[in-house]
Structures are given as C-alpha cells and as structure tokens.
Design a protein around this ligand. Sequence first.
Ligand code: HEM
Length: 115
Amino acid sequence: MAMHTRSVLEPFGWIFQMITGILLLGFVLFHLYITHLSSHEALSYEQVVLRLSDPTIKAFYWIFLIAVAFHAFNGLRAIILDTDFGGRNARAVNAITMLLFLAATAYGGLLLIAI
Ligand code: HEM
C-alpha cells in the first residue's frame, strides 16, 4: 500500500496540519507586510522595539508561533512516522515532537512576556 502523510497522521493531526497551513499563509503575508512594506524604517531597532511593546502584536506573534511550531513539528512527525524506523518507534517520535512543540511555544511565549 502506498504511504503518505494522510495515512500516518490521525484525523485531527491531519486536519490541524491543513488548518495551520492555511492560517500560516495569511500570517506570513501580514508579517512580511509589517516588516517590509508598511514603512521604509519598519526594521529599525526603535520600530521593532515599539512594535513588540504592543500587546496586540505580542498576542499575534504568539498565535503565529503556535501555528508555525505545530505545522513544523507535526509535519516532521509525519515524515518520520512514514519511515520504517519511525513506524517502529511511533510512541517516542510522538513524544519528542510534542515536547519540541511545547518547548518552542513556551520559550517563545516567555520571551514575548519578557520584552
Ligand atoms: C514562515 C514564517 C516566517 C517568515 C518567512 C518570517 C520572515 C521574516 C523576515 C523576512 C523578517 C525581516 C528580517 C530582516 O530583514 O532583518 C522577519 C522579522 C521578524 N520576525 Fe519573522 N518570519 C516568520 C515567522 C515568525 C514568527 C513565528 C515570529 C514570532 C513568533 C516572528 C518574529 C519576527 C520578529 C519579531 C521580527 C523583527 C521585526 C518585527 O518587529 O516584526 N517571525 N521575519
């Protein structure tokens, strides 16, 4: 039987991969608009610090980070589970990618609170 990500991911894992993929398209366009098109000074130190002091932008970046981290680590999980090695060690692969996702979102969230 031909294997592809749809058969190694659980229905929820697959649906959230699709949802985060679609969300990321909008988030990345908005992010690149803010950083490159909103003004010529958008990436100056003062502008970046000013932007990151806005709670709405912080919240946006945290949601963006959750979507990016989920999509990246769930996608990596699917690729590894698709291999013979991954299939034999599915529990460890699931646990490690889940921990990486949690660590990325927790660490990024703490950084956003700290600045
Ligand atoms: C596919 C995902 C992403 C792409 C393609 C991307 C791309 C970029 C690019 C091109 C820059 C400008 C860098 C420069 O020219 O010096 C930038 C800046 C920045 N990025 Fe991202 N980024 C992504 C995801 C994220 C995420 C998830 C976060 C936050 C959690 C983030 C936070 C920032 C910040 C804080 C800056 C500095 C400018 C600012 O104040 O917004 N990026 N990004």
